[in-house]
Design a protein. Structure first.
Length: 252
């Protein structure tokens, strides 16, 4: 196993810190007992990066190609590769993309914060049933995606919209990214914060009604589902949230 380099110093935001990288590696790849050792804990909220694929996608429909926007450290991308022949994962964080790319060819050591300065050494591993050679990762801005990105049978964007400065820029691009008859999988915890999104770019009412309004011209809403998720900060502190999950089908 090769030790990961530290995140690029030029990116001085929380998504380029070693602490958050380790937190997301645990969130995406940690075993249930590594994330949540408490018997009374919310076990239904584990495995979110897998469940956004398995509980929202319809693999009875053709899925040859998939795009994972805001892929973080890549677990959903690898899960999509079990069904799609090619998967592209894109994230704004250089350190997340470096980690996801490294996981294509190797296991990745990281540390879990337990308490104060106490840490536990862990290793992130992509499950053997996920064809890693079908996945490629690249750094990119979901609001300004490259023009030649193409279109896909399935586009997945988990908990991304309320972390964008102007989510409408991505919304406007989605009809071109999803092939006619293709699927769009979206989840969001509806956590709108001025640290990420100026108040003027927040939905005027509920996120659910806003999504129905801005997507209904090109997409049919076919599934709505609440998806709890759990992010561990340390052994006795967690973020428990419930994402609003949807599957949309692009009209022909």
């Amino acid at each position: 196993m090769v030790q990961m380099p530290e995140p690029l110093p030029a990116q001085m935001n929380i998504y380029e810190t070693r602490r958050l990288l380790d937190e997301y590696l645990l969130f995406h790849y940690g075993a249930a007992h590594e994330v949540l050792p408490w018997e009374q804990g919310p076990t239904a909220a584990l495995g979110f990066a897998v469940r956004t694929v398995t509980e929202l996608a319809d693999f009875n429909l053709k899925v040859t190609s998939a795009l994972d926007l805001g892929c973080a450290v890549g677990r959903s991308s690898f899960e999509l590769a079990r069904h799609a022949e090619s998967v592209v994962g894109i994230d704004y964080s250089h350190s997340f993309i470096d980690a996801a790319t490294a996981l294509i060819s190797q296991d990745l050591p990281y540390q879990r914060l337990d308490e104060a300065a106490a840490m536990t050494d862990l290793v992130a591993t992509v499950p053997a049933e996920c064809p890693k050679d079908r996945v490629q990762f690249e750094q990119g801005d979901a609001m300004h995606l490259r023009a030649d990105l193409g279109s896909y049978d399935l586009v997945h964007a988990a908990n991304l919209l309320c972390r964008l400065t102007d989510p409408q820029l991505l919304i406007a691009r989605l009809p071109d990214l999803v092939k006619p008859g293709g699927q769009l999988l979206l989840t969001t915890p509806c956590t709108w914060l001025e640290d990420f999104t100026p108040r003027g770019h927040w939905p005027k009412g509920s996120t659910r009604e806003w999504l129905k309004s801005v997507l209904s011209e090109h997409f049919d809403l076919v599934l709505e589902k609440d998806l709890p998720f759990l992010i561990r900060e340390h052994a006795r502190k967690y973020q428990w949230s419930v994402a609003y999950g949807t599957r949309w089908v692009r009209r022909s």
